[in-house]
Design a protein around this ligand. Structure first.
Ligand code: HEM
Length: 446
C-alpha cells in the first residue's frame, strides 16, 4: 500500500468533494441553477461559500457535503472579466455539447436528444449535495431551496437525485468506484501497491503535475489555484437489453456472469479478473486492501482479462509499459460517479421504461489529456488494444455492431452485434474553484 503526505497541498482551500471519497452508502442530489441577475448570483456564491467543506474536514466528519462548480456560461453570468474567461481550458470554454462529435455523443446520445437544459447556455451553477442520511440531505436541500428561492434572479433548472447502495453496485449490477488513483499530499492512501500517488497537479490546479510542470491555470491566480475541472454526464443504462444480450449468448447462468465480467474486467462483486479469472470471489471484491491491487503485464494477450474490457481500457495499468511512449499516469481519472433511478429487479429482462443509470463524474486538472483522451482514444477507439473495429463494450461509440474479443483456448470467442447499452442524456464541463476563489467570485464588482 502506498501512502504519501505533502504539506504543500492547501487542503483548507480545496473543496472536499475534489479529493475525498464519499461515504458509503449515501443519498444525494444534483442541482443545476441559472443566474438571471448577477447580484443574486454573487449572493448565491457567498451562501455556498459558507457551506462548502474544505478538504481538511476529516473523512466522515461531515454527514452531508456540498460541492459547487460553474460552467463557462456561469462564470460569465457572475461577471468574471473576459481576460479571465479566456484563460480557461479551450474544452471548458466550448462546453461538453460542442465536443459531442469528438466524444462520440452521436445518434441517440447526440445533444439534440439531451434532457433540457443540459448542454445549453442556461446551465450556470452545479451543486452536488451528498449525505449518508436522507433526513440530513432533505434538511440541506430544503435550506438550499430557501436560499435560492429568496434570490429571484436564480432559477433551479434541473435536478437529479442519486445514491450509492451499500454494496457499491450500480444499475448493470457491478460494484463501481473501486479503481481510483491516490493524490500526493491528500493524505489518502492508494489501493494499488504498484501505483505511486499522482502528483497533485494532475488533479488540483496550482501544483506541478506528472510532467514536472504547472498545468495551465486560469487567471487570476486567486481564481484558478486549488480549483479543478469537473465533468458530469448523465448516462442512461439499458439494463434489460444488457441482460437479454448476455442471456441469449450464454449457455448457463454462470456463463452469463462470466461474459458480463469479461466486458467489465471485474466480476459483479468487484473482484478483478486479473486476480480471479474463472470465478467470482465476493470476499476479494469487498476487500478494499486487495480488490484494486493487480496488474496486467502478466496477461499480455488478455486470457484473464480481455484487452477490450471496460476497466482495462480505462486504466491499462502496466499493460502498455512494453509499448514505450505511453505514460498511463498522464491519463488517470478521479471518478465520483453515482447511481440514479431505481434498480431493475434481479432477473427481469423486460424493459420497464424507467430511467436508470449513472451520473458519471470526473475531477482533474486536464480535461483534454485525462477525460477526453480516455473517452476517445481508449474507450471509443480500439487501435491501442489491437482491435481497430472494437469499441468499449459498455461506453464506446457504437452504432449497434460493436464486438468484444475474448481470448481463450483453444479458440477465442467474439461477442458480436453488441448493441449500445449506455446513452448519454446530457452533461457539462464545469470548474470547481477553491474556497478563496469562491469568495473572490462573490466579491466581484464588475
Ligand atoms: C454507464 C456507464 C459506465 C459504467 C456502467 C461503468 C462501469 C464501470 C465499472 C463496473 C468499473 C469497475 C469498477 C472500478 O474499477 O471502479 C469501471 C471502472 C472504470 N471506469 Fe467506468 N463505467 C461507465 C462509464 C465510464 C466512462 C464514461 C469512463 C471514462 C470516460 C469510465 C472510466 C472508468 C475508469 C477510469 C475506471 C477505473 C479503471 C481502473 O482503475 O481499473 N467509465 N467502470
Amino acid at each position: 500500500m502506498v501512502s504519501e503526505t505533502s504539506p504543500s497541498l492547501e487542503l483548507d482551500d480545496i473543496q472536499a468533494g475534489a479529493l475525498h471519497e464519499r461515504p458509503s452508502p449515501y443519498v444525494g442530489t444534483y442541482l443545476l441553477l441559472r443566474i438571471r441577475a448577477r447580484a443574486d448570483g454573487r449572493e448565491l456564491v457567498r451562501w455556498l461559500h459558507r457551506i462548502v467543506a474544505p478538504a481538511t474536514t476529516p473523512a466522515g466528519a461531515d454527514e452531508t457535503s456540498v460541492t459547487v462548480a460553474f460552467t463557462h456560461h456561469g462564470l460569465e453570468a457572475l461577471g468574471v472579466p473576459q481576460s479571465s474567461l479566456d484563460s480557461f481550458a479551450p474544452e471548458f470554454r466550448e462546453g461538453m455539447a460542442a465536443r459531442a462529435q469528438v466524444l462520440g455523443d452521436v445518434g441517440e446520445s447526440a445533444p439534440e436528444h439531451w434532457e433540457e437544459p443540459l448542454g445549453t447556455a442556461d446551465v450556470h451553477v452545479a451543486v452536488a449535495v451528498l449525505s449518508s442520511d436522507q433526513a440530513q440531505l432533505d434538511a440541506v436541500t430544503t435550506r438550499a431551496r430557501a436560499a435560492y428561492a429568496d434570490l429571484s434572479g436564480i432559477d433551479l433548472v434541473w435536478r437529479q437525485d442519486c445514491y450509492q447502495l451499500a454494496t457499491g453496485r450500480t444499475s448493470l449490477g457491478f460494484k463501481d468506484g473501486i479503481g481510483q488513483p491516490a493524490v500526493e499530499g491528500s493524505g489518502r492512501r492508494g489501493t494499488d501497491s504498484s501505483e505511486r500517488p499522482l502528483k497533485a497537479g494532475e488533479v488540483i490546479l496550482g501544483y506541478p503535475d506528472e510532467t514536472g510542470d504547472l498545468p495551465p491555470m486560469p487567471t487570476p491566480e486567486v481564481l484558478g489555484r486549488n480549483g479543478t475541472y469537473v465533468v458530469f454526464r448523465k448516462l442512461h443504462t439499458k439494463v434489460a437489453a444488457y441482460r437479454t444480450y448476455l442471456r441469449d449468448r450464454a449457455r448457463s447462468r454462470e456463463e452469463e456472469d462470466l461474459l458480463g465480467a469479461k466486458m467489465v474486467g471485474r466480476w459483479q462483486s468487484g473482484a478483478p479478473l486479473a486476480i480471479t479469472p474463472d470465478r467470482d470471489d465476493p470476499e476479494l471484491g469487498a476487500d478494499p486492501l486487495r480488490n484494486n491491487d493487480f496488474r496486467f503485464a502478466d496477461d499480455p494477450r488478455g486470457f484473464k482479462c480481455p484487452m477490450g474490457a471496460h476497466a482495462r481500457r480505462a486504466n491499462p495499468r502496466d499493460a502498455l509499459d512494453r509499448e514505450g511512449g505511453v505514460n498511463v499516469r498522464l491519463h488517470r481519472m478521479v471518478r465520483r460517479s453515482t447511481s440514479y433511478g431505481p434498480m431493475l429487479r434481479e432477473g427481469v429482462t423486460e424493459d420497464d421504461g424507467v430511467d436508470r443509470g449513472i451520473v458519471f463524474v470526473f475531477a482533474g486538472a486536464h480535461l483534454k489529456r485525462q477525460f477526453e483522451f480516455v473517452k476517445t482514444q481508449w474507450l471509443n477507439d480500439g487501435i491501442f488494444i489491437g482491435a481497430p473495429l472494437e469499441a468499449d463494450p459498455l461506453v464506446g461509440v457504437n452504432g449497434g455492431s460493436n464486438s468484444l474479443t475474448i481470448p481463450q483456448r483453444p479458440i477465442r470467442r467474439r461477442l458480436q452485434d453488441l448493441p449500445p447499452f449506455v446513452v448519454t442524456r446530457g452533461g457539462e464541463y464545469c470548474f470547481a474553484p477553491g474556497l478563496r476563489a469562491l469568495q473572490w467570485l462573490a466579491d466581484l464588482d464588475t
